[in-house]
Design a protein around this ligand. Structure first.
Ligand SMILES: Nc1ncnc2c1ncn2[C@@H]1O[C@H](COP(=O)(O)OP(=O)(O)O)[C@@H](O)[C@H]1O
Ligand SMILES: [Mg+2]
Length: 442
């Protein structure tokens, strides 16, 4: 008899993953991120099956959406149970340990547009695989529901954007163990997967870095908006009923001939979301006739809050509107007054806010190719003092990129929401009737 400690073969994981076992008692959250084939799913699946045999626990495997159980990690468990001949009862929608009575269930958090937390009571372990798909809203709702003492949350993901909500949550949390792992760290990665990675490396460096090295996609060329978040504007549905109607208008005034003036009207359509009306864009060389247009738009749509670009020629237009008694705020993209320190100016703050709203599915819009194209032309960079700044319209023009007038007006409307309109995001009251912020405004 040898006195060697033998780890069951089920628990032989890539060395980089071993801390999830060794430090299981020291952390509440586990963020395992990296590229494809690194053993993330296998590693966590194996450890959870082991835990389920040792002690009676309730495990929930969650995803943002799950149309069928095939979308989930169910098959990973089933294959492991068969390979290692583990004593589990495999049912249609759940897996039960015949040894301890532990239960593993599978669920999509988002159902019919809203976040459903049913089944999360009494959870010992929540595992979210492919956690890059989890929205900020979902994360904010589910985390507080995992309250049982000694409960644990595992996230496994391949980063998509520099600021994936789950990634941000994990790296900023000192109760979270964070492991980055790639296929090159996985001694069990199959030859097929290794070959596929090599082929990808040779043909497309950007894809390789994202898919196989787990780097977030949009870092590479400093685009502020991901194609995915922009496309999703026209694909999502409101999540919940609106309890207080609010309307905001952002107006970009054309700085030069050839540019467009554009008005973006946003209506609150759920506790957290805003619906964009078809944008109103016009070209007019004469500022006075644009003033007429703006007065007409405000008279017709009665916004609770309106904001107008007051840089350059916009300054005169804004001043004239104020003289006329039209209540409209000025947006000075170049100022840093009232702007959080990470941003060089209000334009950068507005655009980062818009990007965050899009990522969180807070803006709904009809399909609008021009707006989408403009958003996808917005680039950011860091100043030497580390502040974020957005490429200016004149720099864009110098590169032959059209002035993003529609994107700018939407950005201003979102900026107005962020800085002026009380956005009681998660207040679930229904007692608040239709109410203008200030009826006597106009
Ligand atoms: N502990 C392990 N033991 C044996 N094979 C493993 C182990 N972990 C991963 N593998 C192999 O590596 C492959 C990739 O692992 P997977 O968990 O699917 O990676 P990821 O979820 O990171 O994409 C699996 O298909 C499996 O063949
Ligand atoms: Mg996986």
């Amino acid at each position: 008899m040898s006195d060697e400690i033998v780890v069951p073969s089920l628990l032989v994981l890539p060395p980089k993953l071993m801390p999830i076992i060794e430090k299981f008692n020291d952390y509440r959250f586990f963020l395992i991120e990296g590229g494809r084939g690194s053993g993330k799913t296998q590693g966590i699946g194996r450890f959870l099956l082991y835990l389920c045999e040792k002690k009676k626990i309730r495990v929930v495997c969650g995803r943002e959406t799950q149309s069928t159980i095939e979308d989930s990690v169910y098959k990973v468990f089933v294959d492991l149970i068969k390979t290692y001949q583990l004593n589990f009862e495999i049912m249609k929608t759940k897996i039960i340990s015949n040894v301890s009575g532990s239960e593993i269930v599978f669920k999509g958090f988002r159902e019919q547009g809203s976040v459903n937390i049913k089944g999360l009571e009494g959870v010992d372990v929540l595992w979210i695989d492919e956690a890059e798909a989890i929205t900020k809203q979902t994360l904010d709702i589910i985390i507080p529901t995992i309250r049982k003492s000694k409960s644990r949350v595992f996230f496994s993901m391949n980063r998509k954007l520099p600021n994936d909500p789950v990634y941000d949550f994990g790296v900023e949390n000192d109760k979270c163990l964070h492991i980055t792992i790639n296929y090159t760290d996985n001694p069990f990665c199959s030859q097929e997967l290794n070959d596929e990675a090599t082929r990808c490396k040779e043909t497309n460096e950007i894809d390789y870095r994202h898919i196989w090295l787990g780097e977030p996609l949009d870092m590479s060329d400093n685009l502020l908006f991901s194609a995915k978040s922009v496309a999703e504007m026209s694909q999502i549905e409101p999540m919940g009923e609106v309890y207080r109607h609010i309307r905001v208008i952002g107006i970009d005034f054309a700085a030069q001939g050839g540019d467009f003036c554009c008005a973006s009207i946003l209506d609150k359509c759920s506790p957290t979301q805003w619906k964009l009306h078809p944008q109103i864009a016009w070209q007019d060389a004469d500022p006075m006739s644009s003033i007429g247009r703006i007065v007409e738009i405000i008279g017709k749509y009665h916004p609770d809050f309106a904001i107008l670009d007051c840089g350059g020629m916009g300054f005169v237009v804004h001043a004239r509107l104020q003289e006329m008694g039209v209540r409209i705020d000025g947006f000075d993209g170049a100022t840093n007054k009232g702007v959080p320190f990470e941003y060089a100016n209000a334009r950068a703050y507005g655009y980062y806010t818009l990007a965050e709203y899009l990522r969180n599915h807070q803006i709904l819009a009809d399909k609008n190719d021009i707006l989408e194209k403009e958003l996808l032309s917005i680039r950011f960079k860091y100043q030497s003092n580390g502040k974020r700044i957005i490429e200016s319209k004149s720099d864009m023009r110098a590169k032959g990129i059209k002035s993003p007038d529609r994107a700018d007006s939407l950005m201003m409307a979102v900026y107005a929401i962020k800085t002026n309109v009380q956005d009681t995001t998660f207040l679930m009251t229904t007692t608040n009737p239709f109410k203008r912020i200030n009826n006597s405004r106009w």
